[in-house]
Design a protein around this ligand. Structure first.
Ligand SMILES: [Zn+2]
Ligand SMILES: [Zn+2]
Length: 258
């Protein structure tokens, strides 16, 4: 008869790490679900010098005076060529700040949008990108600890793992544990691949959206494809980990994510 067993209790160290991972994951996931990813609530601000000088006298049309004193850019700036046409969001009707993209699923402009996550059903953008990667990292560690626990457990219960007899006995008696371990292993591979991809992008100061844009020459519109030294990559990674805006030390990446 198949009888699922308890995996915990075999290795106190692995148990502790596993439980710690779960304890960290639950609040992290809750905050991820609750926190605003970086919805843009106001249009791009005018450059300080231009705002102080009250430039943009306009063409004498109604609204020009108000426009000239406003700290925010409007569609008039787009019409005058002060902002490229791609910088205007027709859905939100604002001049998008730098590194912004409109998400049609969230129906909002997102600051430094990385991608729209279908698991979270929300965007991963400026305010939750770091938290998202932290969550995936903790998830990967917890799953690795669970897998290690399963290996220790099977070894302790059925003898050396790897022998056909041990695997057959474990499969018969602990089918659920092995099924969970298999699912964990598959998810762990996905998490590691995702982390590797994301860290590589952070190092070169790019978001997923930008990377997809670069992959399509037709959409890249001649944006410079800059090479980063190892030191620069490290600086970008540290800046990201410290919570600074991705692209703060930008040297050539396009600012508009459209
Ligand atoms: Zn928008
Ligand atoms: Zn979205």
């Amino acid at each position: 008869m198949l009888r699922p067993r308890v995996v915990f209790g075999i290795s106190p160290l692995l148990d502790g790490l596993c439980i710690m991972g779960i304890i960290i994951m639950i609040p992290t996931f809750s905050v991820l679900l609750w926190r605003d990813p970086g919805t843009v609530r106001e249009a791009r601000r005018r450059p300080l010098a231009a705002a102080a000088a009250g430039v943009d006298a306009g063409d004498g049309c109604r609204g020009d005076e108000e426009d000239a004193t406003s700290p925010y850019m409007t569609i008039r700036d787009v019409a005058r060529g002060a902002v490229p046409q791609e910088g205007f969001c027709g859905f939100c009707e604002i001049v998008m700040p730098d590194r912004t993209k409109h998400c049609r699923l969230c129906e909002s402009c997102m600051h430094t949008m990385d991608h729209h996550c279908l698991f979270l059903t929300k965007c991963v953008a400026r305010s939750n990108h770091r938290l998202f990667l932290s969550f995936v990292f903790v998830l990967a560690v917890a799953m690795a600890m669970f897998l290690a626990n399963v290996v220790v457990y099977v070894n302790a219960t059925y003898g050396e793992l790897g022998t056909a007899a041990a695997i057959a006995r474990a499969t018969l008696r602990d089918a659920l544990v092995l099924a969970a371990a298999t699912l964990n292993a598959a998810t762990l591979v996905w998490c590691i691949a995702l982390l590797k991809y994301q860290v590589a992008l952070v190092c070169v100061d790019r978001t997923t959206v930008q990377n997809l844009m670069f992959a399509s020459p037709a959409r890249a519109r001649g944006a410079p494809c800059r090479r980063f030294s190892t030191r620069e990559k490290l600086v970008n990674l540290i800046a990201f980990c410290l919570g600074r805006d991705i692209g703060a030390a930008d040297g050539g990446a396009p600012k508009l994510l459209v």
